[in-house]
Design a binder for this molecule. Structure first.
Ligand SMILES: CC(C)(COP(=O)(O)OP(=O)(O)OC[C@H]1O[C@@H](n2cnc3c(N)ncnc32)[C@H](O)[C@@H]1OP(=O)(O)O)[C@@H](O)C(=O)NCCC(=O)NCCS
Length: 357
């Protein structure tokens, strides 16, 4: 994907929101569930805790709160939304889409609602799609939600994966803006031939749910982490460089890079290759783990509500995930500094020994 022609209008983020479930799953909890240690998890991934959805919360419930906060910041109501796009790998159900379920809960009665399935890169893919829709005049107001309840497809008997994933939601409202502002460029890529490096083997048309698939634990995420690690570092570096080139900017002109939070070491390796200073790269994986398509919009909302972003700042978004999919976007921020506190639900720590999510 390239820079939009000058004749197209731009698309910019005018509101953000996030929500994470109250329940924390700490490394100490995981030590009681599988053969692992706090030291190993922190050293290899940077994660200290992650959030777990309550039994009665599905992805649309998490997405609803994030979406409401984003619309509130944008000064819009649900009826203003033209398109509601949900990036998720963990929809409430496979039919209907998570977006349609969320549409009903939100009351976005006018919106066309649909999911995009690009795993951890879903939010960046969504930015590309949204910029196209708004730029071409197909939509004026797009609500883009990245949401996951990865705890529902995580095998809490598999130490290779269960220490990594968490639940959460982030949302952004996008509206038209002048060309040369907002989303300046998007560079997205896929490599389907490597799809089985990170997969949920069963539950689709290849291996429908059966007693055997359940017994094999094939409805859970399987991952070859070491292989992904190297691909992620390279894919993130290269796509961010491409997005920068398309935007006509250099690395040094970025105020902040907001990477997908897959692993602290992946982020650090990418940062090193791009020679970015540590304070320019956002890291919150210690608190949320890997929330896939939600991780970038969660980070963005935290920055916005902390008053960290000002109009004119150049931001880089960059992600890598299952598919394989990866990509980056460069944006020139247009929203005035926010002073609003982060409106999350009251939090509490679950300390019950061996608590299974
Ligand atoms: C998963 C990941 C954290 C593992 O870190 P790593 O340094 O590559 O570790 P390895 O897989 O090489 O495993 C090293 C050892 O630790 C062990 N190990 C794995 N998980 C463990 C855990 N939770 N606790 C303790 N030991 C563990 C392995 O069994 C292995 O033992 P061995 O040497 O005796 O075989 C890392 O590879 C990663 O983050 N990969 C990319 C993840 C990713 O990008 N995911 C999806 C894209 S969003």
């Amino acid at each position: 994907m390239t820079r939009p022609p000058e004749s197209l209008r731009g698309a910019t983020i005018t509101g953000t929101g996030m929500y994470v479930p109250e329940r924390r799953l700490t490394n100490a909890d995981l030590e009681r569930m599988v053969d692992t240690s706090d030291d190993w998890i922190v050293e290899r991934s940077g994660i200290r805790e992650r959030r777990i959805a309550a039994p009665d919360q599905a992805s649309s419930d998490l997405g609803l709160i994030a979406a409401q906060h984003a619309l509130e910041m944008a000064g819009l109501g649900p009826e203003d939304v033209d398109q509601l796009i949900v990036a998720t790998t963990t929809p409430d159900r496979f039919l209907p889409s998570c977006a349609c379920t969320l549409q009903a809960k939100l009351g976005a009665s006018k919106a066309a609602a649909y999911d995009i399935f690009a795993a951890c890169s879903g939010f960046v893919y969504g930015l590309g799609l949204t910029r196209g829709l708004i730029g071409a005049g197909v939509a004026d107001t797009v609500l883009l939600v990245g949401v996951e309840t990865l705890s529902r497809i995580t095998d809490y008997e598999d130490r290779n994966t269960c220490v990594l994933f968490g639940d959460g939601a982030g949302a952004a409202v996008l509206r038209p803006c002048a060309p040369g502002e907002g989303i300046l460029s998007v560079s997205i890529h896929s490599e389907g031939s490597m799809g089985d490096i990170l997969e949920v083997p069963a539950g689709g048309s290849r291996a429908p749910a059966s007693a055997e698939t359940v017994a094999r634990r094939d409805h859970y995420v399987k991952m070859r982490g070491r292989e992904l690690f190297k691909l992620a570092v390279r894919g993130m570096e290269e796509s961010l460089m491409r997005a920068l080139e398309t935007a006509g900017l250099g690395v040094a002109e970025l105020e902040l890079v907001i990477p997908h939070q897959a692993n602290r070491r992946i982020i650090d390796a990418m940062r090193g290759r791009l020679a970015l200073p540590e304070d320019k790269v956002v890291v919150n994986i210690d608190r949320y783990g890997n929330t896939s398509s939600a991780s970038i919009p969660i980070s963005l909302d935290e920055l916005v509500r902390a008053g960290r972003l000002k109009p004119g700042d150049n931001l880089g978004f960059v992600a890598f995930g299952g598919g394989l999919t990866w990509g980056a976007s460069v944006a020139r921020w247009t929203l005035a500094r926010q002073a609003a506190a982060v409106p999350t639900a009251e939090e509490h720590v679950i300390t019950a020994p061996g608590t299974a999510p």
